[in-house]
Write a protein of this length. Structure first.
Length: 441
């Protein structure tokens, strides 16, 4: 049954996102496993999503030896392994450590860094963020102070194209073509201009300023800070950077309203090499798909549950793209899975009211112009940013809404009718009238 609803703002989409420190930080990691309904869960942080062949193979071994065999990609370019036995922690840590995936046991849950996945590949960014990524991770792992950061706190390294800057990070570094970088502190258009060579150190100092500001507020992230504290934070960071000898100047740079994910398919590569961008249906990779991706070249996982394979010989690119298509990955905008995402849902999550991955699969049809995300409860874990169709399982059925930035408008609720649900979702995804933007999938 399809029940029409009037357009009106809904409550916040992720009530858990803006919580204070009423209890300890329960974010899972590689060393702190989370108990789910399908077994223990490990979340392995991969700064910038960049993996060597050896590291990718270690993750495959973890999934096959201890877990359900699948690698689950997250909205921060990290990897989760599910279905783990509760007593596998020591063996898992040893395997990951030998592969270089745990450079610091004390910092492993705070190495939350997303980076422009095409930086240095297609010539479109203003700066290559690779050196920033290496420098920031090194400084982060060397800082005793920053072990106090929450596992939710996020750094973004944007090469100037505006892709990961739109993801709502707590601290963002933005590349410029003039040898400088912009540091965005929190959700504001205000930025601080610093020399590009000082950008990682500036981000580290800003993270320390946040911790001091959050001490008496219980905030996990910058968006959790009380208004007056959040407003004062950029000025405090400006002062600290100056005291540290970093040339800094205030400015303004609007945050992009939506993230432009990489287009799927073949991309230009550097030095005569080729690169391929693929999407992963519902972020799940089986061992065969993972081997195909990780053995072909360098691997960069994206915050959109996809991957970029780099360093491919040009004569191999087309055949590899065909193999990835045959393996069930998204290699072009016409795929019915393009733009479709979902949380884990039942049976893996006790809070979920439905098996939303199965629901999403049953509703897959022609590619829509807007992305759609299926959630098993009101928390909407892993939901996208910008404009999208929100499908949430409720006690009354699946509620379908249109999200634009901070505004969520309900369109309909569908009760116990898979065909009607598929039709309603398809109609909602086709209601966008703006011209499609070139880098969307």
């Amino acid at each position: 049954m399809l029940a029409a609803m009037s357009a009106s703002p809904l409550p916040p989409r992720s009530p858990g996102d803006a919580c204070a420190r009423s209890s300890g930080d329960a974010c899972p990691g590689a060393l702190r496993l989370h108990r789910a309904d399908d077994g223990a869960l490990a979340r392995i942080r991969i700064p910038g999503g960049i993996l060597t062949i050896r590291q990718a193979d270690a993750l495959r071994q973890v999934a096959e030896r201890f877990g359900d065999g699948e690698l689950h990609l997250t909205s921060r370019g990290n990897v989760q392994v599910r279905g783990l036995p509760a007593d596998c922690g020591a063996e898992l840590a040893g395997l990951l450590g030998r592969a270089g995936l745990l450079p610091s046991a004390r910092h492993e849950r705070v190495r939350n860094v997303v980076a422009s996945p095409l930086s240095g590949l297609d010539g479109l960014g203003a700066a290559d963020v690779g050196p920033w990524l290496t420098g920031l991770d090194r400084l982060l792992c060397a800082s005793d102070r920053l072990t106090a950061l929450s596992g939710r706190f996020l750094f973004a390294l944007d090469d100037g194209r505006g892709d990961v800057d739109a993801l709502g990070a707590d601290l963002a570094l933005l590349g410029r073509g003039d040898g400088s970088a912009l540091l965005r502190v929190g959700d504001t258009d205000a930025v601080l201009r610093v020399p590009a060579s000082d950008a990682p150190r500036a981000a580290l100092l800003a993270a320390g300023a946040f911790l001091d500001a959050a001490r008496d507020t219980g905030a996990w992230r910058t968006k959790d800070l009380p208004g007056e504290v959040a407003s004062a934070l950029p000025d405090d960071v400006l002062r600290r950077l100056g005291q540290a000898g970093i040339a800094v100047a205030p400015g303004s740079h609007p945050r992009p309203p939506e993230a432009l994910r990489p287009a799927t398919g073949r991309l230009p590569g550097s030095r005569g090499e080729a690169a391929l961008s693929v999407g992963v249906p519902l972020g799940r990779l089986n061992p065969a798909q993972w081997r195909l991706l990780s053995s072909a070249g360098g691997l960069r996982l994206t915050p959109w549950r996809g991957a970029v394979v780099t360093g491919i010989a040009p004569h191999r690119a087309d055949s590899l793209l065909g193999a990835l298509t045959e393996a069930g990955l998204i290699t072009g905008p016409g795929s019915p899975w393009a733009g479709v995402g979902a949380c884990v849902g039942q049976p893996g999550c006790a809070k979920s009211l439905a098996d939303v991955r199965a629901d999403a699969g049953a509703a897959v049809g022609p590619a829509g112009r807007l992305p759609v995300y299926w959630s098993g409860c009101e928390r909407r874990c892993g939901h996208p940013h910008g404009e999208w169709i929100d499908v949430v399982a409720t006690p009354d059925g699946h509620r379908i809404s249109h999200v634009r930035g901070d505004r969520t408008t309900a369109t309909s609720t569908v009760r116990d009718d898979p065909a009607a649900l598929a039709a309603a979702v398809a109609a909602a995804r086709g209601t966008h009238t703006a011209a499609p933007r070139g880098t969307h999938t």
